[in-house]
Design a protein around this ligand. Structure first.
Ligand code: 3HC
Length: 301
């Protein structure tokens, strides 16, 4: 295969807003067949309906032909078990931000997928080195040649929401990641149309900058320094941000914002990452933002 990334079939684990977006750009822009898995059949149905809507919009706007949309949609198949991903050349995990969950998934990948398959995580903040350490078959030492080979194909591939629109993908190297893995992951992200702003160096610069900003906005609201609308309007009109920070927090998901902030705070003990009490309480109330209809704003759909 002459493609620089060598990905003939991609697996995507998780059909939420990120996983679905990754499947969409992979099938439409990189022309790669995608096997999509989510343990929730309802989530898959919702995700595929959104994909149909996005393709129809691109056709209506004259960006792609109806045939191209049909071909892209035909490139996406659903598998109902993780084992269905066993022959893929690369998998992108896009499940919720929990280290134990990701460790268990990457352990299963190591046991199930081909030994040369790239194992990518769309995590927003969790250490790729810790995830890679779990991607070693049972009974194999992480320090052995086989252990290093297995963990060396793990890489962070951090897409941004909405994936079809945002141009950036952050590439994150684990300590174990091999240069070949990084090169192939970068080539794949480029094929998905994300070529402009790729970074090859380790780290999650985006959320280390974004999350204290969002948290500060929530604390402004909490302390009564400014109203919700004044905070968002200030950033939109004064700094030309497309969304204010509270609107953006709702868009990302308040549970996701909290999980990222907790990971950053636990990892650094730096108080600038300590989540605000109001954010914690809103997540306790199960107000997750746009995804379930209530966050700093109310959503009818
Ligand atoms: N999925 C797919 N496409 C979407 C979408 C979605 N959820 N929401 C909007 N779009 C598309 C629209 O269909 C439209 O496409 P078109 O140009 O083909 O018609 C385009 O985006 C613009 O949409 P609208 O005209 O309806 O609205 P706006 O001009 O207000 O743009 C926005 C919407 C692109 C979401 C813009 O408000 C924006 O850029 N907001 C900031 C988003 C952002 O910062 N994302 C990063 C979040 S951080 C992250 O993801 C990292 C994680 O780790 C936390």
């Amino acid at each position: 295969m002459s493609l620089p990334h060598g990905i003939r079939t991609l697996g995507v684990l998780g059909a939420g807003q990120m996983g679905l977006g990754i499947a969409f750009v992979s099938a439409l822009r990189a022309n790669v067949p995608v096997l999509l898995h989510d343990r929730s059949a309802e989530q898959v149905t919702k995700g595929l309906a959104l994909m149909d809507k996005l393709l129809a919009k691109d056709v209506a706007k004259g960006r792609i032909t109806a045939d191209a949309a049909k071909d892209a949609r035909a490139r996406v198949s659903v598998v109902d078990a993780l084992e269905g991903l066993r022959d893929v050349d690369m998998v992108v995990e896009a499940v919720s931000e929990s280290l134990p969950l990701k460790q268990s998934i990457f352990g299963s990948f190591a046991a199930t997928l081909r030994p040369d398959a790239i194992l990518a995580s769309n995590t927003s903040s969790i250490s790729i080195t810790k995830i890679a350490a779990a991607a070693v078959p049972a009974g194999v030492s992480p320090a052995s040649a086989q252990g290093k080979q297995s963990a060396g194909r793990v890489v962070g591939l951090h897409f941004f929401n909405p994936v079809p629109v945002m141009k950036l993908v952050e590439l994150i190297s684990a300590l174990q990641t091999t240069p070949e893995t990084l090169d192939r992951a970068r080539a794949f992200a480029t094929a998905c149309g994300k070529g402009d702003d790729l970074e090859g160096r380790p780290g999650f610069v985006s959320n280390a900058l974004l999350m204290p900003f969002i948290n500060e906005a929530i604390m402004c609201l909490e302390k009564g320094t400014a109203t919700r609308d004044d905070i968002d309007t200030t950033l939109k009109l004064g700094m030309n941000h497309p969304m204010g920070p509270l609107q953006l927090a709702d868009f990302i998901g308040l549970d996701t914002c909290l999980a990222i902030q907790q990971t950053l705070y636990e990892g650094t003990r730096d108080s600038k990452y300590r989540p605000s009490v109001l954010l914690e309480r809103m997540v306790d109330a199960q107000w997750y933002g746009r995804k379930n209809g209530k966050g700093f704003y109310e959503y009818s759909e």
